[in-house]
Design a protein around this ligand. Structure first.
Ligand code: FAD
Length: 345
């Protein structure tokens, strides 16, 4: 079994709303190291399927590494969705889940800045983790803007109110209920967020909500680089299914030369022009880290130290990351003849 794959028991299942549950994991002492995580990261869960064997889905950790003794994910049913409904219907205390170790890059670089955290629906899960962690471990002020259809669909309603009582000087929670105020538009959102001061912004929710928030932020002069977004979608790939045996990819006589530093070891390889960096490494038996292979998780992040490369997609990276030479191995193709990559992130 892949060393990154773990089987963990479920300690508790908490009904949050009529269509969402929090699943608390029971991590045994000998596995605590594998389950160390940062606020904003996610777990990838294997869900059995009678047609395909299994599917893989990412779920953000709603727990805080500094406040909560056990990691937890919160799953909201997606209409006609396979995995979310399976988890909500089948997981009980004592169930065993197959998961990959935490990963993801939707993580604040410091806990000491003022943050604006914007969520809609199940997008609250990484936002809750970040809010609790900044409040517990940092000094910054936290504003949570949280949009939902109505009061009954507010996940963590009670916990957010309790946090506000615990941190009256540092936390403001602003609820936007569509049944009362209508669908939030950029102009209306700008009015709300414009009255707060903050450094970085974290946004998670349906695409339409994230687009409106981004327009709102732009309209009040917030630089794009200060806004991080986490995009929810179902994985097409399945990191739990066995990976094909390493295969020799066709190389032309003048394939670029790749020097790579990973896990303290150096390798020199031919990098066929149409192959991604991750494929080349795996084909050569090098145990490179990865989860989604679709640019969303950021697990295969590394740095281009010499030479030129290009990425097909880069959802998990910010413009600043890219400017600093950070790249996603699963999306990186060679552009120059000699390239040096380091897995140093
Ligand atoms: C980093 C990350 C973090 C996430 N965190 C969370 C979280 O904390 N909580 C949470 O609830 N979710 C989270 N998600 C989303 C989650 O991974 C799943 O995408 C979500 O639960 C839906 O999965 P599903 O299997 O239930 O739905 P799916 O079966 O994948 O279906 C999704 C939608 O597509 C439609 N669909 C499915 N198959 C087809 C088809 N063949 N043709 C047309 N339409 C189709 C379905 O009707 C449904 O509307 C996260 C995603 C990512 C990437």
């Amino acid at each position: 079994m892949n060393a990154n794959v773990h089987e963990v028991a479920v300690r508790d299942v908490i009904a949050e709303t009529s269509d969402s549950v929090t699943i608390v994991l029971d991590i045994p002492d000998h596995m605590t190291h594998e389950f160390e995580y940062s606020c904003g990261q996610f777990l990838t869960v294997r869900i059995p399927s009678s047609t395909t064997g299994s599917v893989a889905r990412c779920y953000s950790l709603s727990s805080s590494p500094s406040r909560d003794s056990s990691p937890a994910i919160t799953v909201k049913r997606t209409a006609a969705g396979y995995a979310s409904n399976w988890l909500c219907d089948n997981i009980i205390t004592g169930s065993v889940l197959t998961v990959l170790a935490p990963s993801g890059t939707f993580v604040p670089s410091t806990l000491n800045q003022d943050v604006l955290l914007c969520a809609a629906g199940s997008g609250i899960t990484p936002i809750m983790s970040i809010a609790k962690t900044v409040l517990a471990g940092g000094e910054g002020a936290v504003t949570v803007l949280y949009a939902n259809q109505n009061r009954a669909s507010v996940i963590f309603d009670r916990q957010l109110a309790e946090l506000e009582r615990e941190y009256p000087q540092r936390l403001d929670v602003v609820h936007w209920l569509v049944e009362e105020k209508g669908v939030p538009t950029a102009a209306a959102l700008a009015d709300v967020v414009g009255s707060y001061t903050f450094d970085d912004v974290f946004v998670c929710g349906p695409a339409g909500f994230m687009d409106e928030i981004e327009k709102a932020l732009l309209s009040i002069g917030v630089a794009e680089q200060r806004v991080r977004r986490e995009t929810y979608r179902s994985l097409d790939s399945n990191p739990f299914e066995s990976v094909a045996a390493p295969q020799a990819r066709p190389t032309t006589g003048n394939a670029p030369v790749l020097a790579v530093e990973i896990d303290g070891q150096n390798h020199t390889l031919a990098w066929p022009k149409g192959s991604t960096l991750l494929d080349v490494l795996l084909d050569n038996g090098i145990d490179a880290p990865y989860v989604c292979r679709e640019s969303i998780c950021g697990t295969c992040v590394c740095s281009v130290r010499k030479g030129r490369t290009r990425m097909l997609m880069h959802d998990a990276l910010t413009d600043d990351d890219i400017e600093m030479g950070v790249t996603l191995a699963c999306q990186t193709l060679p552009e120059s003849d000699e390239i040096f990559i380091a897995f140093d992130q």
